[in-house]
Design a protein around this ligand. Structure first.
Ligand SMILES: O=P(O)(O)O[C@H]1O[C@H](CO)[C@@H](O)[C@H]1O
Ligand SMILES: O=c1cc[nH]c(=O)[nH]1
Length: 237
């Protein structure tokens, strides 16, 4: 069995999935970090690879941009493939005292998307990371010497031309990252009974205008991938 968007056979996807937005980042991370990666999805070019990391099975697959795309993949991964842990390995805009390349561990996700409200009877869902994954990521960052900051992030539907007051609102609420998926991912994980975490590299600074080149967003985030793997798959026993 497969799904409309994932061609892998059931059993070919691990119960732990790293989910970068960019499928080419997924391909790069899988080839650099996994033992014996095998391509398990190319439907719509949303590349996915399964392999092992330190002997434990893991899949790295793209999820696309925005909550609707993420929701399709997360729902199918959870319901058809039985995925239990999803770690988004993403980029984000930075707000306030963060620099390009800084790593944010997203503790919570606010949003301008209606997606979670549509799933939650019109109410505001408080979306948060899985605590065990977040704690494991904090520990892994210390062990790997990666300066990472636990932060609140905001997921927007508008990469361009959103609310002109948004930056002021983010600053006022000490939200340090803006991207397009985390609040949806966390809401979906709550609904599906999975564990989720977003680990994000700051790729743009909303105030200074500094930015990371596109090639680095695709192939420059190995440390983020290592951190995500160590958080998702802590050494056994
Ligand atoms: O680099 P990824 O993981 O795609 O994440 C960020 O980059 C995309 C926008 O350029 C959005 O998906 C945003 O959330
Ligand atoms: O969604 C995103 C991703 C990277 N940088 C941004 O400013 N926004």
């Amino acid at each position: 069995m497969s799904t409309p968007h994932i061609e892998a056979a059931v059993g070919a996807i691990a119960d732990t999935v790293l989910l970068p937005g960019d499928p080419l980042r997924a391909r790069f991370l899988a080839h650099e970090l996994l033992e014996a990666p095998v391509q398990v999805n190319a439907r719509r070019n949303m590349l996915g690879y399964s392999g092992h990391w330190r002997g434990q099975p893991v899949t790295v697959m793209g999820g696309g941009m925005g909550i609707p795309s993420t929701a399709i993949y997360v729902t199918e991964l959870a319901r058809t493939y039985g995925v239990r842990r999803i770690i988004r390995v993403g980029t984000c805009g930075g707000v306030g005292d963060v620099e390009i390349g800084d790593v944010l561990l997203a503790q919570s996700g606010s949003t301008d998307s209606r997606f979670n409200r549509m799933q939650f009877g019109g109410h505001d869902l408080s979306t948060c990371a899985d605590f065990a994954l977040l704690r494991a990521a904090v520990d892994a960052a210390v062990e790997q010497g990666v300066p990472a900051r636990v932060a609140s992030v905001f997921s927007t539907d508008c990469f361009y031309d959103g609310d002109p007051q948004l930056l002021a609102h983010l600053r006022r609420h000490r939200i340090h990252g803006i991207e397009m998926e985390t609040a949806g991912l966390y809401g979906l994980a709550m609904r599906e009974g999975s564990a989720a975490l977003a680990v994000l590299a700051v790729s743009d600074h909303l105030e200074s205008g500094a930015s990371m080149p596109p090639e680095q967003r695709e192939q420059g985030l190995l440390a983020l991938g290592r951190l995500a793997l160590a958080a998702a798959l802590p050494a056994q026993g």
